[in-house]
Design a protein around this ligand. Sequence first.
Ligand SMILES: [Zn+2]
Length: 329
Amino acid sequence: MNITEEWPTNSGRVCQAPSVDGWLKERGALWQDAPPFPPRGARAGVPPLPIWYGPDLDAGSVRDCRAGQNVRMRIDLASVAGSPERPNEDWVSAAIPALGGGVVVLLDGVTPPRGDDGCVHGVPWFTARLGGRLAELSGSRRDMPLDRILAEAIRATAAAHGDGCDLSHVRTPQATVVMARWDETQVEHLVLSDSVLLLQAPGGGVAAVVDDRLDRVPRAALRSEATADALRNAEGGFFTAAADPAVAARAVTGRTPRGDVRAVAALTDGASRWTDTFREGDWADCMAVLRKEGAEGLIGRVRAAESDPARPPARHKRHDDASAVYAEL
Ligand SMILES: [Zn+2]
């Protein structure tokens, strides 16, 4: 884009950035898409976009200013517990690192069957530890690919359990993982187990990235706790992030040129059921809901569908923990 304007930063210095019209034209967006709040460092006569999230820069430092491309970004997330009697086992986070680009991380803790799981901590402890490490590393270590970050986060979380937990137990706390990280050139993604990542192209088309190993397991096999345990993190079964860093090699990973992605979304299965279970709309419709109504709007639609007396109960729980994060790049 060659249309640029100068923008004030908090320090009063000037950062050169794409103009509002250029920014909107590049993304095929409309003026009414602009968020209503004023930018940092706004002054009279300066229109409300673009927003510069990066560090204050020396005047005329165009290269540094454009390096992260955080000219304007919208990230929206929500997480709603399936039951007020149980802790929410989902975990969701987003980061806009000062060095530019962004990260979203979403986990769905696997609810263990009743009985021993070898751990004194529990699933919410595990997802908080694992998610926190994933967010920290993906936001600070751009030199590490996402599968290496997942392996390191699993290793660190396993060490944090301490000696009081039996990490060889097949039901040791575990979770699904979705990560997306972008910079000025590419969007990286990682999906492990049955949470969903959506990538939307500038033209509006939406691709779903899924790890469908769990879907390929016969339903009958999962009805028995013994057979489900035998398939958990086992060849021919399905894989989750638990205590073995080697599982990171099983994740679905990929990279997409940044210019081919307008928005990303990550959904736990409690939220993705709006499309993949209830068939209320396809993935493009799901992205449209996220864009217009936000993550909370999508989860509200899921809850409405779940409460419809004409609809048969969902596969496992009537209401599951539901989380969604939506980012317009
Ligand atoms: Zn533990």
